[in-house]
Design a protein around this ligand. Structure first.
Ligand SMILES: Cc1ncc(COP(=O)(O)O)c(C=O)c1O
Ligand SMILES: N[C@@H](CCOP(=O)(O)O)C(=O)O
Length: 468
């Protein structure tokens, strides 16, 4: 299987090259040339199997033989051995037909661990086989950074630089990035928003000289390896609820569109998914786009679900590519429009296609608080603010008979202030992170300037390369 760029101008690559490339050289995102097809029988055979086995089975066709089967199986087993729940991604029933899919049992208490623990192992494996090193530069609104640093810390073949928006992540999120002192880890507080961080990362990828000099790789959801690992929990959740014999709906708290796009991929490979619902906070560009057909940036406001304070939603480009009939020229024109004027209008047929696959809704700050309080009162369940955004949107969906699964993307202890203000309960960090707030912080504050970031990365990466 080859992967093609959403902008149509970069060479098609195999799985291992796509893992290391991150962003395509034409600025697009890689997607598989064709979707593998799973039959009902093959899904049925996976029901009841342990999570790492299902991960292996789902990811295997996407790897297309580029990694030996035994190595892939071992890496799936090792990645999910880092999780603190035997089910890895357990389902909790909160109503007659309502379920919460808990994705926060990994080392940093966020759903990002599910993909990142595997991605680090896959990248290490490919780099070792090629005798190469890579410099990872990533952007985070809070959770990707901690998960990436935890997964890549101490790895000999990678230096990792994470840009986070200064003052806009929760104290727990910040400390998960700034208290890791391995020599290959660099936390950078950028004087800007998450969108600024992400624009700099994409800018660095599009500077081919820089990209080649430092062997740039990415671990944001621009990397296909992130998406494919996230497809797995849609499969495990649906199988637990009766798939393939019945279909299941999902509501997903959404920012960069990676998580909900993984749900779309699950559907494309044959999982019976009824509805896929995009849930946004007041940074509601995706909900507005589905309503009006116009993707239009209006400025980001800080919310109590900071990881979703995003308006340039990277993976929406992957959906555009699908909805535009896989026409890379059309996607390039739309993305150029976004770059020049901060907006684009979806072609009618693309909008109709997207509306056929997704529903969307937004949750205000007041509704997020009420939902945290009501969920505790009605179901005895303490949800984090990101999960609450999605629970609120899920509750407003029409009943179709299929079970509704809301993805819970973070542990409430990552956002104690918001959870306590809404519920009166101060969620404690698990024992192994109990001293997080006392650990020494180390990070560099840099201006919102791509040149300053490029110089910092190149100087530090080179210094590390010279020592090795
Ligand atoms: C806790 C949490 N929930 C939801 C999201 C949104 O996920 P995505 O960016 O994949 O749409 C994020 C960040 O990505 C997050 O950290
Ligand atoms: N919400 C994310 C933003 C980056 O998303 P990614 O999935 O593209 O890595 C975060 O927590 O950093």
């Amino acid at each position: 299987m080859k992967y093609v760029s959403t902008r149509g101008l970069a060479p098609a690559l195999g799985f291992s090259d796509v893992l290391l490339a991150g962003l395509a050289r034409d600025g697009g995102l890689y997607v598989p040339e064709t979707w593998p097809a799973f039959s009902s029988e093959s899904f049925a055979r996976l029901a009841g199997r342990p999570y790492p086995e299902i991960a292996y089975a789902v990811i295997h066709p996407f790897v297309a033989g580029e990694i030996a089967d035994a190595d892939l199986a071992r890496m799936c087993a090792e990645a999910y051995a880092t999780f603190r729940h035997p089910a890895i991604a357990p389902l909790v029933q909160t109503g007659p037909n309502s379920f919460i899919l808990e994705l926060f049992h990994g080392p940093t208490l966020a759903f990002k661990d599910v993909a990142m623990q595997l991605l680090a192992r896959l990248m290490d494996h490919v780099l070792a086989e090629r005798g190469r090193r890579a410099t990872i530069v990533g952007a985070t609104s809070g959770d990707t950074g901690g998960a990436a640093i935890e997964a890549f810390r101490g790895r000999a073949a990678t230096d990792i630089f994470i840009l986070f928006p200064h003052g806009r992540v929760s104290p727990v999120q910040q400390r998960q990035m700034t208290t890791v002192h391995d020599a290959n880890v660099h936390a950078i507080a950028l004087e800007g928003t998450f969108d600024d961080c992400q624009a700099i990362v994409k800018g660095l990828f599009n500077d081919h000289g820089f990209r080649d000099r430092v062997s740039l790789s990415g671990v944001n959801s621009i990397n296909w390896g992130r998406i494919v690992a996230q497809v797995v929990y849609y499969v495990t959740a649906a199988l637990s609820l009766g798939a393939p014999a019945r279909s299941v709906s999902f509501t997903v708290p959404t920012g960069n569109f990676g998580d909900v796009f993984a749900g779309y991929v699950a559907k494309k490979i044959g999982l019976p998914v009824d509805r896929l619902v995009i849930a946004t906070n007041t940074n509601d560009i995706l909900a507005r786009t589905l309503e009006s057909g116009r993707y239009e940036m209006t400025g980001v406001v800080p919310t109590q679900s900071p990881s979703m304070d995003i308006q340039i939603s990277s993976n929406f480009e992957r959906l555009l590519f699908e909805a535009a009939g896989r026409d890379g020229d059309a996607v390039r024109r739309l993305m150029d429009g976004l770059g020049q004027s901060g907006a684009f209008t979806l072609p009618e047929s693309a909008l109709a296609g997207i509306r056929g696959e997704f529903a969307a809704g937004r949750t205000s700050e007041a509704e997020t608080e009420t939902t945290m309080r009501d969920t505790l009162a009605a179901a005895g369940y303490l949800a984090d603010p990101h999960t609450a955004v999605a629970l609120s949107v899920a509750a407003r969906q029409p009943e179709t008979g299929s079970p509704m699964v809301t993805l819970s993307t973070a542990h409430p202890a990552k956002f104690p202030a918001a959870v306590e203000a809404a519920t009166g309960i101060h969620p404690a960090l698990p024992l192994w992170l109990g001293d997080l707030m006392q650990r020494e912080e180390r990070f560099t504050v840099l201006p919102n300037d791509i040149g300053a970031i490029a110089r910092f990365v190149e100087a530090r990466a080179r210094a590390i390369h010279e020592k090795v």
